[in-house]
Design a protein. Sequence first.
Length: 330
Amino acid sequence: MSADHTTRRRFIAGAGAASAALALTPSGALAHGGGPRRGGSIRLLHFTDAHVTPGVARSEALTKRALQLGLAYRPDVVVQGGDAIMDALYASKADTAAQWAVHQRIYKGIRTPVAHVIGNHDCWTGSGSSGDPLGGKAWALREYGLKSGWYALKLGGWKLIVLDSIELTGGGGYVGRLGDQQTAWLRAELAATPRWMHVVLATHIPIQTALPLTDASLRQPDGSFRVPGGWGVHSDLPEINELLLDFPNVRLALSGHNHVRDDITYNTVRFACGGAVSGNWWDEGDPGYRDTPPGIAIVDLQRDGTAEIGYFSYREVGPREPSADGPARP
């Protein structure tokens, strides 16, 4: 039995048998409620960067509210885009356990299948992690019910490929990179995918983004930009772009990490960063991060390979609020 098949089975089992079929075949009933959707489309709830924080009551309460808002749109699958907890890179074992306990309470009883993506802050590299079986990514994989951080799921005429963006470099450091093994797996997975089937990728760190070029702190005296590893874009972007040129059925790549709504197209692939549920890391005084309010994204994957993406805020953040696609549902 292939590792991919095993992972897919664990994903469905963790979501509950009653909802497993929804992850594979679009249901006409899902078109009612939560806004219009075209026939045959697959709906994803892109729910990323919640950064739930024990001791910050609004963190758990508002994450629950945002999740229920998203589920009201009746998605076929929730794509949890990583950084579900505030931070385990520098946390103790006790603090990390407390964070995961909040995460589990939020998702308890959710019957819609969830495809989890590992984020950098989900990885435990803090005090006591060295030599512990839960160190590194092991704890996050256990909480997410995954054997591997990369896997593929068939969704009607689409395939969702979840990738692991995080290469840990020690001491809480990381870089956005797939690595040789995962890159080889991705090429093989894409090669085995029929060319008529559209593909959506999901990473935590964006593969491609415009964000670094908007940050003056990254601009060098000579006018060039220096982007540190892991700062918001994959360091292996050139190699991934070359790979994707061989597979034009890859139409969309979803990401989180940057907390900013970012939507660009490069060649034939649309790269969309889904903002952040936590906004500006639960800053009550300034909840929006760089003009992007806390929010969620509803992604409708169409039969023709296009996608309709709406970003919906669930908090007022001031005069920048109208930049969101629409108001939160009541």
